[in-house]
Design a protein around this ligand. Structure first.
Ligand SMILES: [Zn+2]
Length: 410
């Protein structure tokens, strides 16, 4: 027996062909799935009569999108940094805040104090709210532990969340977030810890799929990144990079060389970096909530797209530079700040976000054979959805064929 949802005003399939702006809309559509897999999608008038349905849902003329994918978050952290928010608004620089004991290191201190249970509870609350936005998959980075035990604690939090709640959690190891203060006079020793202790254990226990790194003046150099990421590859982890955020540090070039799945941020990327990433098919992940909060100039999506890059959009949810998990808002900012069209932003939070976490074989588009992950939105089209920005537009979220959230009559 199968399930069907009918009376869909507009369904965006988001198939691979056609580039960033092509989302393959079907009007007056129906979608059929069996267990956790899509078996048919098309105009309702063409729905084969031999399907027998267990459950029939009526979308009421609303819009259906593939389940949204937040492909870049720092979900598990102790404490918050609201006072820093005020200090930054009063003109205190990021560097000054870090000197006064704030910044990433202060979250590291709070995260080390938190128990696994406390972190799981906090993350569960975030994930429940993300479900209500139509999000069905979330990439989650470690990186606020920065000791062997605390990094493994964070990755185990993600492992347990994968069992205890419906959204798919994709874990990334970000031990190379910053150099923790206790190693500021001995960077080499921390890098040894990363490459010889953390990575082999994480690889062996399969606690992370990806290894990420911050390439920045305040974090890691290109040479250090090369060393850490090649160790990661040897331990069976694929590679991601936080690149070219505050300066064109060459992170995008390295990402292309190492065939990373994605390079993220890219506000300051060079033309050579864009071309290298496009040639190597590395997804560029834009994080417009981070530029909103840090009051920097947003990345220019138009240039990236015109030069052949696949662009994804994500929240970068973290307690410092992007304390919001609102992917819908990030997509609006991708339009108004980065210059994307609504259709381009939709592909950026579905199929290309799936490619940024190497999961296009099972999620990111609505096609037979893929997972039945989708959401119903109160809108007549993607243009109207992102233009008339409102809270609670998501009316239903379906994960692996199961309704996990529903609001109002549907
Ligand atoms: Zn980030």
């Amino acid at each position: 027996m199968m399930d069907v949802i009918k009376n869909i005003g507009c369904l965006a399939q988001c198939r691979p062909e056609g580039g960033q702006g092509e989302i393959h809309p079907i009007y007056n559509a129906a979608l059929v799935w069996q267990d956790d897999q899509i078996v048919w999608v098309g105009p309702e008038a063409e729905l084969p009569g031999d399907f027998l349905f267990e459950q029939k849902l009526d979308a009421g003329g609303r819009m259906v999108l593939p389940g949204l994918i937040d492909c870049h978050t720092h979900l598990a952290f102790g404490g918050w940094r609201a006072d820093e928010f005020e200090a930054r608004l009063r003109g205190t620089s990021y560097l000054e805040i870090a000197k006064q004991g704030g910044g990433i290191q202060s979250t590291v201190n709070e995260t080390r104090k938190a128990t696994k249970e406390q972190l799981i509870q906090k993350c569960s609350g975030f994930l429940e709210q993300m479900t209500k936005l139509g999000v069905t998959t979330v990439e989650c980075k470690s990186g606020y532990g920065l000791t062997v035990e605390d990094e493994i604690k964070l990755l185990e939090v993600y492992q347990e969340l994968n069992q205890s709640q419906p959204l798919t959690i994709v874990p990334t190891f970000l031990g190379a977030h910053i150099v923790p203060t206790e190693y500021s006079d001995n960077r080499a020793e921390y890098i040894r810890l990363l490459t010889e202790e953390m990575l082999p254990r994480i690889g062996q226990q399969k606690l992370a799929r990806f290894c990420d790194i911050f390439i920045e003046d305040t974090a890691y150099t290109m040479d250090e990144a090369r060393q850490i990421l090649s160790a990661a590859a040897e331990c069976g982890l694929a590679v991601k990079v936080h690149a070219d955020q505050l300066s064109d540090g060459g992170g995008s070039l390295l990402a292309a060389q190492l065939k990373a799945v994605s390079a993220d941020h890219l506000e300051q990327i060079s033309g050579a970096g864009i071309d290298a990433m496009a040639a190597a098919d590395v997804v560029g992940v834009l994080l417009p909530l981070a530029t909103l909060y840090t009051q920097q100039k947003p990345a220019n999506a138009r240039t990236l797209i015109e030069r052949g890059l696949k662009v994804a959009v994500s929240t970068d949810f973290n307690p410092g530079s992007a304390p919001s998990y609102d992917l819908h808002l990030a997509m609006l900012l991708a339009c108004n700040g980065c210059g994307m069209t609504p259709a381009e932003a939709v592909k950026a939070a579905t199929l290309y976000a799936a490619q940024a976490i190497d999961m296009t074989d099972c999620i990111g588009s609505l096609e037979p054979g893929k997972r039945a992950d989708f959401a119903v939105f109160d809108a007549e089209s993607v243009n109207h959805w992102l233009y008339h920005f409102r809270p609670e537009t998501c009316r239903m979220t379906v994960k692996k064929g199961r309704v996990i959230y529903r609001r109002g009559g549907i």
